[in-house]
Write a protein that binds this ligand. Structure first.
Ligand SMILES: *Cc1c(COP(=O)(O)O)cnc(C)c1O
Length: 438
């Protein structure tokens, strides 16, 4: 499989090149030249019921410069935690993607990407610098995914004071090859600074610089895999009571729209999904685009679901490419719903009262959106909401919504104990350049 740039002004590349460069030379994102069709779902053929096996099959369809055995070995090591499907109520399920080391779904992409890079670097005897902008969860997932990976230094740029204390502790306390950079500005400033660095040829050459944002295919492709896993688990959960052949609805809490893009890839590859719900918080650039046909990026607003506070979603161009830039086609498969902070808290309360389940604010946006898109308030088709983070990462919001606290999982306890180390800078590109060259 080759990958082409969306603008089409750069030549197509292999997975290895897309992995190392992140962005195409023409400044646009890489997308698969075509979407491979899996003839039957791996699990349906009775071959396997393990996530790393299913993931290997899906990833091998895209990646041909890593041997299949190597993909399998990486999948076993990277996806070494459970990904359960939990029934919340009739027709409403959560795919818990948050059992990795940083308790958020981004572990899945980051851990695969780190190990894939490391495979190539080891053979090529080279060093690499990674710059990544984060609105919270990316930074910790990348920091942990790459921590102590030989030949790689990581610079994580995050907006000062705009992420939760737990998120901050998770990426500022590792040390070693992980450098946390605290920017006086917003997430969009961070993203802008990293984009500019990646477009700075001298810097890129001097430091062998790339990124690990969700624009990198090395993170995006592994996210396709868990939608096959979800539909497999859903079929098991519904059993013969479900009507075979009818697909499920998937609701994706979205910020940069990588996760939603990955879910649409999985449908094109043959996963039995009929419709998507694109769930946004008050940063409603995409829901507005669905309503008006006008895509109007703007500065992000701060909400309780802060990992989704994105005013200019970088993966949306990939989604548009999938639908041939045709909004009408997109609307046939995707409902774009926005959810306010008030509705997010209401959903956390409602779910807690009904099922005793504590939703994190991001997942709550996904659940609320799936209710809002159904007039009855509860889904009439089997619906899988992607549960993107563990609620323990957002104790302030949980306390505010539910007036309760939840135990801190061991992954977080460690990070809370250690001292914070960060480099503070203004949102000034020259400082970024200096820092990366120092
Ligand atoms: C990053 C993130 C999202 C948004 O995912 P995108 O792929 O950027 O749309 C949602 N929830 C959580 C917890 C996240 O960390």
């Amino acid at each position: 499989m080759r990958f082409r740039s969306i603008l089409g002004q750069s030549s197509s590349v292999s997975f290895r090149e897309a992995l190392f460069h992140g962005l195409a030379p023409d400044g646009s994102l890489y997308i698969p030249e075509s979407i491979p069709l899996l003839k039957a779902q791996p699990a349906d053929r009775g071959i396997t019921h393990r996530f790393p096996d299913i993931a290997t099959e899906v990833l091998s369809a895209f990646i041909d410069d890593l041997p299949t055995e190597e993909i399998h070995s990486i999948a076993e090591r990277a996806f070494s935690f459970p990904i359960p499907l939990v029934k919340l109520e009739q027709n409403l399920f959560l795919l818990e993607l948050f059992h990795g080391p940083t308790l958020a779904f981004k572990d899945i992409g980051a851990r695969f990407m780190a190990r894939a890079l490391s495979y190539f670097l080891e053979r090529e005897e080279r060093d690499l610098t990674i710059a990544v902008a984060t609105s919270g969860d990316t930074g910790s997932a990348v920091a942990h995914g790459f921590f102590n990976v030989p030949n790689i230094s990581v610079f994580v740029f995050y907006p000062s004071g705009k992420i939760s204390r737990l998120q901050e502790q998770q990426m500022t306390t590792l040390g070693g090859n992980i450098h946390a950079v605290e920017v006086e500005g917003t997430f969009d400033d961070c993203q802008h600074l990293v984009k500019r660095a990646l477009g700075d040829r001298d810097l890129v050459l001097a430091r062998n610089l790339t990124t690990a944002n969700s624009i990198n295919l090395g993170r995006l492709l592994p996210q396709v895999t868990y939608y096959f896993w979800a539909t497999h688990l859903l079929q098991q959960a519904i059993g013969s009571a479900g009507q075979p052949g009818t697909g499920s609805v998937v609701s994706v809490p979205s910020g940069n729209f990588g996760n939603l893009t990955a879910s649409v890839y999985s449908k094109r590859m043959g996963a039995p999904i009929t419709r998507f719900i694109s769930a946004s918080n008050a940063n409603e650039v995409v829901p507005e685009y669905f309503k008006t046909g006008i895509f109007r990026p703007r500065p992000s607003l701060q909400t309780f679901s802060n990992a989704m506070d994105v005013g200019n979603p970088s993966n949306f161009a990939r989604l548009q490419a999938l639908y041939g830039d045709n909004l009408h086609e997109m609307q046939r498969e995707i409902a774009a719903v926005s959810v306010t902070d008030g509705e997010t808290l209401d959903e956390m309360r409602r779910t807690y009262q009904q099922s005793g389940y504590v939703l994190d604010p991001h997942t709550a946006v996904g659940v609320a959106a799936s209710r809002k898109s159904q007039s009855s308030g509860s889904p009439s088709k089997p619906t899988v909401v992607v549960a993107t983070a563990h609620p323990a990462k957002f104790p302030e919001v949980v306390a505010r919504a539910l007036n309760t606290t939840i135990p801190v999982p061991h992954q977080l306890e460690d990070a809370l104990q250690r001292p914070k180390h960060s480099i503070q800078i203004p949102a000034d590109y020259m400082r970024v350049r200096e820092l990366l060259l120092s």
